[in-house]
Design a protein around this ligand. Structure first.
Ligand code: ATP
Length: 645
């Protein structure tokens, strides 16, 4: 029976059915992978299995006792009155068995809850660690909310299955098998009548499972969209954007629409299969009536072997079959339903990081060159998601930064300056040529050792919603108070922090929004100073600041870059005039190189950029009637310094 072709499962068309059939090997593969998740807990699962078998064995006995109560103790087949002594013994035995089975159930629940939750926890951690290993490019092309949703919602959605599966399968399967055995022992003919519909139920149940899997996939997709909207809209940057453009109503409408979709899917998910379960329930519940009927026919037909005890015992066992049978069906259905969610999780786990350490990677310190030396050899690069027919972002870039040198990159917007900084610590992989760190190709170095060598200060400073101390200690967890103060003094931020009511224990707010841009920058600089790396990457660190803040941050940066190789990207030429060498980047190529004076004398692109900035400053000067600010005539940079610094 094809779904959607008389099967009664509206919403699933033939195309979807074909896709589901084609997915069969993948689902089988999935089953292996889900089973593998339980591998570390084999011992405990085996113990549970043993407890379940014992428990199920015990559970079969009471109905047999019931048969004896009726046929030997209450209404002895041999004739005579009830045998009270036997009755008491049988009743006591029954109570004892119930006690033992309850105790076994408790232990079993504890083990399975531990195993199930541990497997869920392991999966969550594996996914988190795997995502952390993904290259930067993955995060620039994937919505943060979508990533978070796979980790939270998807793992959350399968956690119930992981937690209940072991108990349900073991417990119910054993009970079903044991009950069937008991039923056969009591009367094999009645057993055939009782189980005759099972194969049909199994087929229908598979179809329902496939439908549910599809709905589950759609539900998780919609949930991830909801999470993405929440993340985009209710983050500090998002709410600022929506408030400043009065877009709250539009955002609400977007959220409401996706939420409606989510509600619809949840209802479909809750309802799909309910009809099937109702039918199963009716069928299984009607079996005793059918048994009475068939027993009557057998007895009336003269065939022997069926007593009142037989019928009572049989229907007792058969009634006990209902719950475990439904339980097994539910677990099979849940497994099938969650296959779509498991597929989503494994899809992320199967992502191969585009940049990973080579098996024989060495540490930077083991390389031949001096620490702090950075070299680009004819490097070309194209962003992975850039269109193939566009020109490369970088083409044939070569330069050397010797230890302690300040090498600056300037040029028009979009020229590729920031990209040079990304390639230096191998955040992206050069398409051609080589990036060398301390004399070794970065592809032969461990990523961890490269990162240990560098400090990054960019325009966008990321601070955690934590105290200033915690944010600083991110760079050096064991930093002492003296070290913190020393770094903050050097970064000209100590006097600001000391002025806060809670000093270094002030919580900076989400992404540091309780601090000004300049203050955040200086905390970022202090963080780098604590790390004390030989190489510093400065990406337009001061370009978002006003002139006064820029001066203070610039001075902190000069302090920070002393004795370190510094690669800096700047728009304001005033911040790079002291650089040992300035490379002018245009269209992904270095078109001019030299010191500030050499480049001005050359009268090329750099001189043009300088002239533009001088002209812009002159306009300002005319308007404010103040002294001109030019790259060559930089104002006093100590203006904003506090006496304590
Ligand atoms: P600006 O001074 O404006 O910051 P820039 O010189 O630092 O510019 P880059 O940020 O290096 O320029 O960008 C160089 C080019 O690469 C630009 O055309 C930009 O659109 C493109 N680009 C940057 N990041 C990506 C990315 N993740 N994927 C695809 N293209 C990108």
């Amino acid at each position: 029976m094809g779904i959607g072709h008389g099967g009664g499962f509206r919403g699933v068309d033939a195309r979807a059915q074909r896709r589901l059939n084609a997915d069969a090997p993948r689902i089988l593969h999935l089953r292996h992978r889900v089973t593998d998740l339980f591998r570390p807990y084999r011992g405990r699962i085996a113990t549970t299995g043993l407890l379940v078998v014992v428990g199920a064995g015990i559970a079969v006995i009471p109905p047999l006792i019931v048969q004896r109560i009726f046929d030997d103790a209450l209404f002895p087949l041999a004739g005579g009155g009830p045998d009270l002594a036997l009755l008491v013994r049988l009743v006591l035995a029954m109570v004892l068995l119930f006690l033992v089975s309850a105790a076994l159930g408790l232990v079993q629940t504890w083990i399975t809850a531990t195993v199930g939750n541990s497997v869920t926890g392991d999966l969550r951690v594996r996914l988190f660690e795997h995502l952390q290993a993904m290259e930067l490019g993955f995060f620039t092309r994937t919505k943060t909310g979508v990533i978070q949703s796979r980790l939270q919602n998807d793992v959350g959605a399968v956690s119930g299955v992981l937690t209940n599966t072991v108990t349900s399968i073991l417990g119910n399967a054993v009970t079903v098998i044991a009950s069937l055995v008991a039923m056969i022992v009591i009367d094999w003919r009645l057993t055939i009548i009782a189980v005759i519909l099972m194969p049909i139920l199994a087929v229908v149940q598979r179809r329902v499972g496939q439908l549910r899997a599809r709905i589950a996939g759609q539900t998780q997709e919609s949930l991830s969209e909801l999470t993405a909207i929440t993340q985009e809209t209710l983050s500090v940057s998002g709410i600022l954007l929506s408030k400043s453009f009065n877009r709250q109503r539009t955002e609400s409408a977007r959220y409401r629409q996706e939420n409606r979709n989510q509600v619809r899917l949840q209802v479909r998910r809750a309802m799909s299969g309910q009809g099937f379960f109702a039918v199963v329930q009716v069928l299984v519940a009607s079996v005793p009536a059918v048994i009475y009927l068939v027993s009557g026919i057998i007895v009336a037909g003269g065939a022997g072997g069926i007593t009142a005890g037989t019928i009572v015992a049989f229907t007792t066992v058969q009634a006990r079959l209902l719950q475990p049978l439904m339980g097994l069906m539910r677990v099979a259905l849940d497994l099938q339903t969650s296959s779509a969610v498991f597929a989503r999780i494994f899809e992320y786990l199967d992502l191969v990081p585009a940049i990973a350490d080579a098996p024989d990677a060495i540490c930077v310190a083991e390389g031949p060159g001096p620490l702090g030396r950075v070299e680009f050899q004819d490097v070309s690069f194209r962003y992975p998601d850039a269109a193939a027919d566009t020109r490369p972002t970088l083409g044939g870039v070569s330069f050397v930064a010797e230890p302690g040198q300040h090498v600056a990159f300037v040029g028009p917007s979009g020229a590729g300056k920031t990209t040079v900084l990304y390639l230096t610590p191998r955040m992206y992989e050069a398409s051609a040529g080589a990036v060398l760190f301390a004399g070794t190709d970065v592809r032969r170095l461990t990523h961890e050792s490269i990162i240990d060598q560098i400090g990054i200060v960019s325009q966008e400073t990321y601070l955690f919603h934590a105290t200033i101390r915690e944010n600083l200690c991110y760079a050096k967890p064991d930093a002492t108070d003296e070290e913190l103060v020393q770094a903050c003094r050097a970064a000209s931020i100590h006097h600001v922090i000391a002025g806060f009511e809670h000093g270094y224990d002030t919580v900076v707010g989400e992404r540091g929004y309780r601090l000004s841009g300049g203050e955040k920058q200086r905390i970022a600089i202090a963080r780098v100073l604590l790390k004390d790396p030989p190489v510093l990457l400065l990406d337009e660190a001061t370009s978002a600041l006003d002139t006064v803040s820029e001066r203070v941050v610039q001075e902190a940066l000069e302090e920070a870059s002393r004795g370190r190789t510094t690669l800096s990207v700047a728009h304001r030429l005033s911040t790079v005039i002291g650089a040992d060498i300035i490379h002018v980047v245009d269209g992904g190529r270095i078109v001019e190189s030299g010191t500030h004076a050499q480049l001005l004398a050359r009268d090329g692109l750099y001189a043009q950029l300088a002239a533009q900035q001088i002209a812009a400053t002159r306009v300002l000067q005319t308007e404010t009637d103040e002294a001109p600010v030019t790259p060559a005539d930089h104002p006093d940079r100590r203006a904003d310094r506090a006496p304590g610094d």
